[in-house]
Design a binder for this molecule. Structure first.
Ligand SMILES: Nc1ncnc2c1ncn2[C@@H]1O[C@H](COP(=O)(O)OP(=O)(O)OP(=O)(O)O)[C@@H](O)[C@H]1O
Ligand SMILES: [Mg+2]
Length: 235
């Protein structure tokens, strides 16, 4: 049976996702948000895709490890979807149902942007695959860290991080990814915050906090429950 807002259990935590290209500053912002939530006594879970679960850790290795060939685009899309299915069912949904917030470093939009935008698979099909994999679990807020491809690449080089299989793709690939992220945000502005990620980390984090305060303020009693109408399926 498909989960709908009406049959999601309450109370429910808030699901916040950070998206953006490689080196956009997602991990930095996830850490800053976690610190702020912790200071406010908000129980939360930090997680990431791929790899938020034990199975996901193994899938992450398969997906990102640089090796000859690697999965073909459809296999890649299915492996990401398998990771996401496990993540949504065993980590994200249970935490939300227990009233905890979930902050994830990447989610569905990354598949749409990388497998749909970058790999030229049909975007709608990739989106449908993820919607099915997650039983249509949609974040309450997605923060898109929009960074010029060259800046992201430069940051990654400065951090001396080894390139994984996605990061070593062409500039054209990464441009398409960035463009697809922006299109997703433009299509549903009410559940996105798009930030120019060339700003300072502290300024970006402040903008995220403001939006989250606004989100909480819009909820009854400022609490993260009773707002299930804003989750569920959104095309
Ligand atoms: N707003 C910012 N301005 C300048 N440098 C930043 C900013 N945010 C993060 N950085 C630096 O850029 C590098 C990449 O940041 P981070 O790891 O947070 O990005 P990411 O989006 O998680 O990258 P990846 O896609 O590789 O996981 C790090 O060295 C980090 O310190
Ligand atoms: Mg990161």
């Amino acid at each position: 049976m498909t989960s709908t807002p009406a049959n999601d259990p309450a109370p429910r935590g808030v699901f916040v996702v950070f998206e953006g290209g490689d080196g956009a500053g997602k991990s930095t912002q996830v850490a800053l948000l976690s610190q702020w939530l912790g200071e406010r006594g908000v129980e939360h879970v930090l997680t990431r895709e791929p790899g938020g679960t034990a199975l996901g850790t193994r899938l992450r290795e398969l997906l990102l490890h640089v090796e000859d060939g690697g999965p073909v685009p459809r296999a890649e899309a299915l492996l990401f979807a398998a990771d996401r299915a496990q993540h949504a069912a065993t980590l994200v949904r249970p935490a939300l149902a227990a009233g905890r917030w979930v902050v994830s470093d990447r989610y569905i939009d990354s598949s749409i942007a990388y497998q749909g935008g970058g790999r030229d698979l049909d975007t709608d099909e990739v989106a449908r695959l993820s919607a099915w994999a997650t039983d249509e679990l949609v974040p309450d807020l997605t923060v898109l860290l929009d960074v010029p491809v060259a800046v992201g690449a430069q940051r990654r080089r400065s951090a001396a991080a080894p390139e994984d299989r996605m990061e070593s793709e062409s500039v054209r690939f990464h441009e398409q990814v960035a463009q697809r992220f922006r299109q997703l945000a433009e299509a549903a502005p009410q559940r996105y915050l798009v930030l120019d990620a060339t700003a300072e980390p502290a300024a970006l984090s402040a903008a995220v906090r403001d939006r989250i305060d606004a989100l909480r303020g819009a909820l009854p009693d400022g609490l993260p429950d009773g707002h299930t109408e804003r989750s569920g399926v959104r095309p």
